[in-house]
Structures are given as structure tokens and as C-alpha cells.
Design a binder for this molecule. Structure first.
Ligand SMILES: [Zn+2]
Length: 142
């Protein structure tokens, strides 16, 4: 296995579904980072077979709700002095705003552009969301 130096301070995004690391890397804008970042792909994992991993040698703000919506199985580790001081297990967020669009042509969000699309999680197991304005269903497919 590839040897990667452990980081002293920063964030490790773990348990990313294999193949999704690059899009999360890009979503977080890490290709433009001026600090040390590493995207490690296809790491053997007991839990998932293969996984991707992102190491960030910096404390950056991450939208955990958005990340949980992209992949609820992700774990975010906060590192300080080379130790994990916090481990955050993501899940599908209760509410998502401005991420997915309501497909109902009669919904108020389809007619008025200034309204933020808002969805509420109604079934966590199946990943089903409901539009807050018209009750249109959105199904999460990860
Ligand atoms: Zn709607």
C-alpha cells in the first residue's frame, strides 16, 4: 500500500465510496488548495471492500449536510496533534436547501426563481425527501 504521511492538523474524509473521491475533492475546491491535500483512491477497507479517502492538512469549513447528502456513509475525522479529536459520522440531512430542484411544474419554486428549493427528509432508510411547498417526492439515489 502507498505510504502517506499522517497529518498533524486538519481533516480526513474517510469511507468515501470508491470512485466518488474525485468528485468530492472537486466539490470542496481542493484542486485549488494552497495547503497539503491528498486524494487516495481504492484503499482496501474491511467495511466497504474499497474506499476513497481525502486528507486535508488544514482546517477548512465543510458543509457537512451537503456532504452527507452526497454520501451519508462518509466519516469526517478532525485531526489535531496527529490524533483524531473528533469523528463525525454523516447521515442524510433532515433538510436540504438549494441543492435539489423540485420537478413539479406547478410548484411555486418552478414559477418563481427567487424561492429556494427546500426539501425535508421523510424516510431516512429509503432516502425519500418531500418538497416543502408542494409535497413532491424526491428519492435519493446514492
Ligand atoms: Zn415543489
Amino acid at each position: 500500500m502507498l505510504y502517506i504521511d499522517s497529518i498533524s492538523k486538519g481533516i480526513v474524509i474517510d469511507h468515501i465510496k470508491a470512485g466518488y473521491g474525485f468528485s468530492i475533492f472537486k466539490y470542496l475546491g481542493l484542486e485549488k488548495a494552497d495547503f497539503t491535500v491528498a486524494l487516495i483512491m481504492n484503499v482496501p477497507s474491511r467495511k466497504f471492500g474499497r474506499k476513497d479517502l481525502i486528507k486535508i492538512e488544514n482546517n477548512i469549513d465543510i458543509d457537512l449536510a451537503m456532504l452527507g447528502f452526497i454520501d451519508p456513509n462518509i466519516t469526517v475525522n478532525i485531526i489535531q496533534d496527529e490524533k483524531i479529536i473528533d469523528k463525525i459520522n454523516l447521515s442524510l440531512p433532515e433538510k436540504v436547501e438549494g441543492i435539489i430542484q423540485c420537478k413539479n411544474p406547478r410548484c411555486v419554486t418552478s414559477n418563481e426563481r427567487d424561492i429556494v428549493h427546500k426539501f425535508t427528509l421523510i424516510d431516512e432508510e429509503k432516502g425519500i425527501y418531500k418538497c416543502e411547498y408542494c409535497d413532491q417526492i424526491y428519492s435519493w439515489e446514492g
